[in-house]
Design a protein around this ligand. Sequence first.
Ligand code: 26Y
Length: 820
Amino acid sequence: NPRHRLSPLTCDAPGLRQSIRDALVRVVGKDPDLATPRDWLHAVSFAIRERIIERRVVTRRQFAEEDVKRVYYLSMEYLIGRMLEANLRNMGIFEVTQQALQDLGVDFREIARLEEDAALGNGGLGRLAACILESMATQGYPGYGYGIRYEYGMFQQHIEHFRQVEHPDNWLRYGNPWEFPRPEKTFPVRFYGYVVEHHRPDGETSCNWENGEEVLAMAYDYPTAGYERRNVNNLRLWAAKATRDFDLRYFNEGDYIRAVADKNESETISMVLYPNDATAIGKELRLKQEYFFVSASLQDIFDRHRQLEYPIEELADKAAIQLNDTHPAIAVAECMRLLLDEHRIPWDQAWTITQNLFSYTNHTLMPEALETWPVALMERVLPRHMGIIYRINHEFIEEVRHRFPGEHEFFRRLSIIDEEHGRRVRMAHLAVIGSHRVNGVAALHTSLLKQTLFADFSRVWPERFVNVTNGVTPRLWMIQANPGLTELIDSRIGSDWKFDLDRLKQFAPYASDEATREAFRAVKLRNKERLAALVHKRTGLAIRPDVMYDVQIKRIHEYKRQLLKLLHVIELYQRIRDGEDVLPRVVLFAGKAAPGYQRAKDIIAVINEVADIVNHDPAMGDRLKCVFFPNYEVSSATIIIPAADLSEQISTAGFEASGTGNMKLAMNGALTIGTLDGANIEIRDAVGTENIFIFGMTADRVSAHRAQGIPPGAHLDSHPRLRSMVEALRDGFFSNGGRHLHAEIARYLLEEDPFFVLADYAAYSDACAQADRLYQDAEAWSEAALLNVARMSHFSIDRTVREYAENIWNVLPEPVPPPC
Ligand code: 26Y
């Protein structure tokens, strides 16, 4: 329609300059003479978003015309980070925008760092969701993300008196230029109330869920640009709003003030991200958050299906829904509710559609992270869903009763309802039963899933369980984070590898080229200088750029074993004090502890107190620095990772589902020191055993060791150095006000040590020594590092997404032609 033709937006420097200036005045509303750096940040963001949304319109239109099958990714978490630079790069206008800003007298770096990270996630699972969205756009898959627009994201971590202190993350304080509010896309979501049954003439019962409370879910859209101006997909985040008639009751009673004040209560649903990543907390508000975004998303998906005039019976032919862990698993029951109660589809047909529609990704084996909800709570908050879950369970148990007669113990274990812990709904069971595919996130993890958590289910449906090893986006984690390395690779093999990471293999021969190795070391050094400057700014600590950078960056958790690395710091400290000659290094820790996870918070405090002693002891003579980098987030990861030499991936084998930081570090030329856990195993297979330091008990050995019941303290008998290290800790040598805390950590290691830090210490220390030896041979180290870079192509998220598309979703890419 010619009346709807857009005025053309140019992507050259003069056109961008004009757009930015226009946006500053017309959108931000500022006189350029008075504009602050943040005003410029908003102006440039508005100028860029115009160009992105234009591509979004084209992409959406093409999907509608081509009758594509769509993928819906349901995730409680998206750990996106800053959007400006990522959007500029993916839109292919990074350099030219910098130029335009320079022409306006604005420094890109200065304004870019003012942007808040979008930290709508805890860690690996949330970051994976963000990488998957970016890859779906880059590869042209019709992918839609759905989640929650938390008012407050992951808390900001401050370190005060060595301890973690949480501060609220008010990331929307200055407004957010990247979001498009869609007040017209608003769906009601019901809680509580009761179910009224109707017996229909056709023998089916249909139900009405009546009364209760309604909250509105309002959409906010975040367009996600594929690399090099390819497709633009949409991330739709829901915010809770009070219903328009929230006030009716009180209004009628004449209590106007109370009516308006109560509005806040329903809006708390999308207020804050739960900062736990390993312990299910079982709070009613969390269940409401889960159902809130699931219900809104499914209503939206059903609506789109109807608007495209597809028959409801064909839902699973036109859509695939991926559950990112069990957090959205209530979607299985909600989908059944919509099909049964709204569309009057018979149970069996509704169930077939639902199973074909859903698939579920598991991210953990740890029992405390598995979500189960008390039946009584579910019954009260979601009475209709509880009824549907009972029926799903009944039909399922009937089926297995038929196939495995008499195995009562087996049925009890398979049931969605756990009858032993006060009757609870096992969300993982609901997700498995309601999906046609269930995947783990690394080969070892999937095989352990089949042997342990889902052993019974895999007897029932062996073909349902598949592996899809995680990946990361090279656009953010190589090209953006490490421009120096990118330039070096481009100069050797051209730039095709950016879309097809397999082409990075062509870089491998350059590992034996002296000039390339030297150039690589120069890049590393610059990256270390960049990190050292940031460390100085954040902590006041000065670190040398010319030593080994040894990093452990991830959530703080017992199973990830930050204490293992800390013991090694203590060992190096004692060795230097004993007059030994040790390789100079900087050990850097970063990561947040869940606010209610006392042990993890104690670990942070002990790291900081040890660091304080180490860093101020003149006997160290600059040979050892220990840094706790505060408030680890996506934007700091992009600075830390490219500077790392050694990547600590030292979880107790069998506990880390995959890891993705391990991939980011290796593709930036850090060598991994790690256990045979998660994706480390596949990384070893890819980079070669000689280019990685593997140590410690395997998952099998860990189980056997646990069965032996050796007291952890016994490991000190054969290791006098380890004894003196743990005793120094116990006796408060490193304590600075936290003496009892150090004693407690020592006691914990000696008496409990549930993750076998002491059992693995000797092997770990040997592996560290091996790494030190190789590092002293700069040429050999650089060769190994370059081989890591060249051989990590398997861990591109593009490969991961293709596996989901081909083996699980059955969807095809629909690339939109590039703009002329
Ligand atoms: C139920 C609630 C407490 C909960 C919330 C968040 C439970 C778990 C999580 C997050 C888990 C998570 O981030 N898992 C990580 O997923 C990554 C992506 O698959 C893996 O690489 C990583 O090993 C795993 O710990």
